[in-house]
Design a protein around this ligand. Structure first.
Ligand code: PMP
Length: 355
């Protein structure tokens, strides 16, 4: 075996176990596929692709469609293979050896993970016990670490917490570097940082087609930010990184905004329904602005509950061994039937402990 880079020796991969079960509520995907009309339009356009040619390197039609939807200039939009590749490109450009990246934990693991892979130092700020951000801690971290990149994930994964707009404004005013607002779940919440994007503000918003758009399989995400930032990212990302099929898939998805809005409204309603139902059970339920809910059983271990749910054919995300998330499980909102199955399994698992 050939040794890897010294700084990567202790690195662990990012894992999300995929188990074959009837009800899969562990990866925050949409529980339903995109509309059939989208699939037909996609298939028709695919048949006309010139496969012997490289795709449009600047993904102009896709970026124009995203820009039109958000009311921004296409030069403010950077698209990549999932928002993970957007995050990676930002970090390759602005992090790296000798630079510092700040996160507020617990949060999306890949922010710190990718930053470390680029060779940057990651400074982890702490959240309060209810997982909200404490303005004093934000100030302490930003003033002491002077980060080149600071992440704010809102709604936060895996806690579901939505940061109030004031917290972002404070952070942007304080941070010496770039502020990246990860909005993978923002369409399930009641506000977005998108209207704060401005060429004079070193802040960018990252979004994905994997959740609200029901297109996790196509691996497409994007950033809306200052023009100068997008221009720098374009220099760093690989040429032709977005294949022709993905560019078509994303552009056509934006013809179905109403369907997407309906799906989001359905999930938000189901989120309220399962949260209310769980409030009557022996679990702590954290308020969520996303398409998932974080819970913590009061009278049994989190991992034991995860196993008891799996025994009942329901897979949720086991966060119980993650730092700062003792005994917590994250449950993706599914279809009404899936959510009923989850609630039945949860009630059964919890009552078994009391029996
Ligand atoms: N950001 C957050 C907060 C996420 O939870 C996820 C998906 N788990 C991503 C980014 C990455 O999404 P994708 O690469 O599928 O766009």
């Amino acid at each position: 075996m050939i040794p890897v880079r010294d700084d990567l020796r202790a690195l662990e991969g990012y894992h999300s176990p995929q188990v074959d079960v009837r009800v899969r509520l562990n990866t925050n995907e949409s529980p339903v596929p995109p509309p059939a009309a989208w699939r037909d339009a996609f298939a028709a356009e695919l048949s006309r692709v010139e496969w012997h040619r490289y795709p449009d390197r600047s993904a102009s039609a896709l970026r124009a469609a995203i820009a039109a939807w958000h009311g921004v200039d296409p030069a403010q939009v950077f698209a990549a293979n999932g928002s993970n590749e957007v995050l990676q490109t930002v970090l390759l450009t602005y992090a790296g050896p000798g630079r510092t990246v700040a996160t507020f934990e617990p949060t999306y693991q890949l922010h710190g993970h990718i930053a470390r892979i680029t060779g940057a130092t990651v400074v982890e700020g702490e959240r309060a016990a209810d997982f909200t951000l404490d303005p004093d801690e934000v100030r302490r971290v930003v003033e002491s670490a002077r980060p080149h990149v600071t992440f704010l994930c809102s709604p936060n994964n895996p806690t579901g917490v939505v940061e109030p707009p004031e917290r972002l404004d404070e952070l942007v005013a304080l941070a010496p570097g770039l502020v990246v607002v990860d909005e993978a779940y923002a369409q399930f919440a009641d506000w977005s940082a998108l209207d704060r994007v401005d060429d004079d503000v070193p802040m960018a918003v990252v979004r994905t087609f994997s959740k609200t758009w029901s297109m996790a399989a196509s691996r497409l995400g994007y950033l809306v930010g200052p023009r100068w930032l997008v221009a720098e990212l374009e220099k760093v990302v690989l040429p032709y990184h977005l294949d022709a099929a993905k560019q078509i898939a994303g552009r056509l998805a934006l013809d179905f905004v109403d369907d997407m809005d309906d799906r989001v409204a359905g999930i938000v309603a189901e989120r309220a329904r399962i949260s209310d139902a769980m409030a009557g059970l022996d679990v702590e339920v954290f308020p969520s602005g996303a398409n998932f809910v974080l819970i913590r059983p009061r009278s049994m271990g989190g991992h034991d509950l995860w196993q008891a749910l799996l025994d009942r054919d329901v897979l949720v995300r086991d966060c119980s061994s993650w730092p700062r998330l003792d005994d917590c499980l994250r449950v993706t909102v599914g279809t009404p039937d899936e959510n009923d199955a989850f609630l039945t399994a949860l009630a059964g698992a919890l009552s078994e402990v009391h029996a």
